[in-house]
Design a protein around this ligand. Sequence first.
Ligand SMILES: [Zn+2]
Ligand SMILES: [Zn+2]
Length: 310
Amino acid sequence: MKCKKCGNKAVIKLRAHRIALCREDFLSFVLNRVQQTIKRYKLFVAKERVVVAVSGGKDSLTLFDILQRLGYPVEGFHIDLGIDGFSNRAREAVEVFFAKREAPLHIRFLREEVGAGMREIASQVRRPLCSLCGLMRRYIMNRFAWEKRFSALATGHNLDDEGAALLGNLMRWQIGYLARQAPVLPAIYPRLAKKAKPLALLSEREVLAYCILRAIEYHDEQCPYAKGATSRSNKEALNLLEYYSPGSKIRFYQEFLKHQGIFPDSASHDLRECSMCGFLTNRETCQFCEILEQYTGSPVPVRDSETGKG
Ligand SMILES: [Zn+2]
Ligand SMILES: [Zn+2]
């Protein structure tokens, strides 16, 4: 198998793109793909302040590596969820990665933010742990991005994640979600950073191959509380279609993006400030404060940095 670009020995075959590439040309292919995504969908421009949410897994560390190599002045943000040894190992992978490249990293500990780890909170609050965790992580990330005045919050969602979410939303015809599923979500309120997914056009396999070829040491461990995520069956369904018809995954997602304008966006209009913490919500009290109140019986502890001047 020879590289289509240079004729040297290829290390990977990309059936969706009908090419095989050597190491160097594959790495360039990935960088170009991300740069195209950023430009075509107007994720952010070179002078913007972008923070990357890093869990320690392959997608988020790969995203950071790519954005840094493309010359964006990115910073990392990690939340230690306080889940037994799992969170320690995730944080260590992140710290090693950032120390090696002397890149700016911000870490927040759930235990310091709210006084408890995820498992203790979940044991007191009637809500599935994964949905609780997702909700709290989103709140802390959004709030951090606002406090530190970042204009964009980038996450490592890849094509498999986006395709699976799209398929799930279509299977249930959740029209409202379809309007807001794109590589970029504009900031719909002054206190909200826009959301960007620069890996949205790269498959999970391509991201993993890049990660391995760049020798990125990532945290490769399932959360001990993750139960068969619903997105997994959708990913398997798309992989089956991809196997029989290479390129169908990327077509499914990109063709959707072309027609996305036909879906009305209803979710973003009635944002207001939470009566307890002052951050954004579409109800009287935000869900984060509701959860904390159930857990501790008191509202969110107020920190100095909440003036937003930090
Ligand atoms: Zn080559
Ligand atoms: Zn609140």
